[in-house]
Ligand binder design. Structure first.
Ligand code: SI3
Length: 294
């Protein structure tokens, strides 16, 4: 459990114009994260990987490429969650055979599942997959809002080791940290890293770490060593960057920057129905790249 702590990039996946996975580009992004961002691990198959737009075989392909490229150089967590529980279990077994360090599963979404249904989903996955599991809670996108009692029940399941907490509810975060000292808590919102680390999270998982990993590590370390002034200065700069990225289109802009960073001559497309980057967005992405990253 301790070994899983750290800073993870939520791996972005480049696609070809026809929607297939751009394997060469993906390998370059993984290398960039390992060799230049000095990241502790990768969160594969998350929102940033456009995972919920993909078929099962494509998810497997991405899990295989990530393991093959990263080997044992960094930690790997596979997000295998799906409202199709049979697929989630199959993917969980698949990545466990590939020797992923842990699995993570998003709360089941689309139908308004009640607390018992969410609990049974995790119970069934953990009973069928022999790996540690990190709950992926992202109420903003799933609409599934869990309270302290829901977490308490879930954390009693033997294979559940923590939560990726993508929420701005810092009261709940404080309560969770105080109550569940043995569970791992990963912060999900990159723009809120300072308050998350101040609340003693065990790590962070985010999309912008793919390109802003070095500064994010500095924020993490500065809060840990009680240098709040320094942490805030870097968070302020980081949030100028994140605001600009969000205003210009999150995935389109991050992919543009990654394409520049890894020097790929092939465009890193998004998966439909996600929109492709426009000429205007490209220009702004270039400005953001020059100003904050290069
Ligand atoms: O792949 C993933 O699951 C994530 O990257 C989740 C992560 O919490 C991101 N959340 C969303 C909604 O994209 C953040 O890293 C986010 O992109 C960032 O904080 C900018 O808002």
């Amino acid at each position: 459990r301790e070994d899983l702590k750290g800073l993870y990039s939520a791996l972005l996946v480049p696609f070809n114009e026809d929607g297939s996975v751009n394997e060469e580009g993906l390998r370059k992004i993984i290398r960039h994260n390992i060799d230049r961002m000095n990241i502790d691990g990768l969160y594969v198959g998350g929102s940033s990987g456009e995972n919920f737009l993909l078929g099962k075989e494509e998810k497997k392909q991405i899990f295989e490429i990530a393991k093959d490229e990263a080997k044992d150089q960094i930690k790997l967590i596979a997000q295998i969650g799906s409202s199709n529980i049979y697929e989630a279990i199959e993917l969980g077994k698949f990545v466990t055979d590939l020797a992923y360090d842990a699995i993570s599963a998003v709360t089941p979404f689309y139908y308004r599942f009640n607390a018992d249904e969410v609990y049974n989903y995790y119970k069934e996955i953990t009973e069928n997959v022999e790996n540690d599991l990190i709950i992926y809670s992202i109420p903003l996108l799933t609409g599934v809002d869990m309270g302290i009692k829901d977490f308490e029940r879930l954390f009693k399941l033997p294979r559940i080791v923590g939560v990726k907490y993508t929420s701005a509810d810092f009261y709940l975060l404080e309560r969770l940290r105080k109550t569940f000292k043995q569970q791992l808590i990963f912060s999900g919102f990159d723009e809120m890293l300072v308050p998350a680390v101040a609340n003693n999270v065990d790590g962070a998982i985010g999309s912008t770490y793919n390109v802003n990993g070095i500064r994010s590590r500095q924020i993490f370390d500065a809060v840990k060593s009680n240098d709040l002034q320094k942490a805030l200065e870097i968070q302020n700069l980081t949030n100028d960057f994140i605001s600009a990225v969000l205003n210009n289109g999150l995935y389109q802009t991050l992919k543009y920057i990654l394409q520049r960073e890894v020097k790929s001559d092939k465009q890193f497309y998004s998966r439909k129905p996600m929109a492709q980057i426009t000429e205007e967005q490209k220009q702004e992405a270039e400005n953001i790249y020059q100003k904050f990253i290069k």
